[in-house]
Every structure is written in structure tokens, then in C-alpha cells.
Ligand binder design. Structure first.
Ligand code: GRF
Length: 223
């Protein structure tokens, strides 16, 4: 406590600290979205989900967003004459929320050139396998069919390839002899949610630097 009559600098006003804005892309159950929504309630997390965009209506992820009071939009491919037009509409729908980072969390569509032109380098994706092995929509099934003993999850920067962008973080998950696609995926998803929440929070608080294929959390030396 000080008794000085000279007022010091005003205390930092939490409300005026710009929060890192997240838009989350979803296609299904939205448990990864749910984990981000749990995390964002803590101001120390440094990021807030400001919008959720889905490529299909009526999914549980949209209910989770609405329950949390987060605005949603649906941009379904079938409502557009071709992928390029859909991609432009998706870009616009995401752009409405002015995101700092876009998080594809169980989003089962590839974004296109318009989207990457605007949000490339600041869109991340989570994948339930250890990339570059087993990219694509059936990563868990493919890893199991191959007979791997260790799988896991990867958080990557989205580029024009299929789960091909620079890897930000990975964690391993052991494969059990009696695993099915469902049991292995559920076990991976427990780790995946924690990893995604951790990575996205660190991007918000520390930044992300990408040089070629090397992605690093933090601003990097000399920045
Ligand atoms: C996650 O494992 C994600 O990596 C994969 O689909 C799952 C989506 O889960 N592409 P949810 O919708 O977040 O529950």
C-alpha cells in the first residue's frame, strides 16, 4: 500500500486488454471445441472463442457453442454450386468474427485457396494420428490397420495439402492389442483435447513462428 497523493499509473484494465480471437471450425461432436470453451472462461488463458463455423447443420458442436453463448454460422458445401464458391462463403463467414487464429477442430473439409489467402499461417488443425503418418479422414482406422504400437495426435498449421502442414506439437498414445477404432480414438481424443487447448493458449500468449517446415511456439530468437 502506498499513501502517496500522486496517483500512479492506472491499474491494467482487464477489459481493455485485447484478447486473442479464436474462430473454431467444426463438423461433428465438438469435444475439442468444448475443451476450448472450458479453457477460454479463464482470462489467464489469453484467448476467446468468438465464433464457431460448421459445414453442416444440426450437429452437437453447434449446440455446445450456443450453450456457451458463442455465435455460430453454418456454411454447407451442398448449398453452393462448387467448392470455390463454398470456400469464398466459408472465408466470409469466418472473417465476420475477425479471428486472430482459426482452429479446425474436427472439421472434415479441406479449406481452399481463398481461405488460405486470408487465414493461411494462422489456421491450425488437430489430427488423431502422428503425422506425417496416416493423414486424411481415417487416421485412426489406418494406423490400427497398419498395426502400429504407438499412435497419437498432431496439431499442425493448415496448408493446401491434406494434413500436410508444419507440425506444431505432437503427443503419443499407446495402441492396445484389443483396441478398436472407437476405443483407440477415444483414448487419443483425451490427449488431443489437452494438447489442442495447450497449443492454442500458447499461440495466443506467446505467438507462433513458422519457417519452412519448422513451426515453433513463441516469437523465436530476436523477435
Ligand atoms: C478429433 O479426433 C479430430 O482430430 C478428428 O475428429 C475428431 C473430432 O472430435 N478429425 P470432436 O468433434 O472434437 O469431438
Amino acid at each position: 500500500m502506498t499513501s502517496s497523493s500522486q496517483p500512479g499509473p492506472p491499474p491494467p484494465d482487464r477489459a481493455s486488454v485485447p484478447t486473442h480471437r479464436l474462430v473454431v471450425l467444426v463438423s461433428g461432436g465438438g469435444s475439442n471445441l468444448g475443451a476450448l470453451l472450458d479453457a477460454h472462461s479463464d482470462p489467464a488463458y489469453g484467448a476467446r472463442v468468438v465464433g464457431v463455423v460448421s459445414d453442416r447443420p444440426g450437429i452437437a458442436a453447434l449446440d455446445r457453442a450456443r450453450d456457451a453463448g458463442v455465435p455460430t454460422a453454418v456454411v454447407a458445401l451442398r448449398d453452393f454450386p462448387d467448392r470455390a464458391t463454398w470456400d469464398r462463403a466459408l472465408t466470409e463467414a469466418v472473417g465476420v468474427f475477425s479471428p486472430d487464429t482459426v482452429v479446425a477442430a474436427g472439421f472434415m473439409k479441406l479449406v481452399g485457396a481463398t481461405f488460405l489467402g486470408r487465414f493461411g499461417g494462422r489456421t491450425v488443425n488437430t489430427h488423431p494420428a502422428l503425422l506425417p503418418s496416416f493423414p486424411g479422414a481415417h487416421g485412426v482406422r489406418d494406423a490400427l490397420a497398419y498395426g502400429v504400437k504407438v499412435s497419437g495426435c498432431s496439431v499442425i498449421v493448415v496448408d493446401e495439402g491434406v494434413d500436410a502442414g508444419p507440425i506444431i506439437a505432437q503427443e503419443t498414445v499407446p495402441v492396445a492389442d484389443d483396441d478398436t477404432e472407437e476405443t483407440l480414438h477415444e483414448r487419443i481424443k483425451v490427449v488431443e483435447r489437452r494438447l489442442l487447448v495447450d497449443v492454442v493458449g500458447r499461440i495466443a500468449r506467446e505467438g507462433l513462428s513458422v519457417e519452412g517446415r519448422r513451426a515453433r511456439l513463441g516469437r523465436g530468437p530476436g523477435r
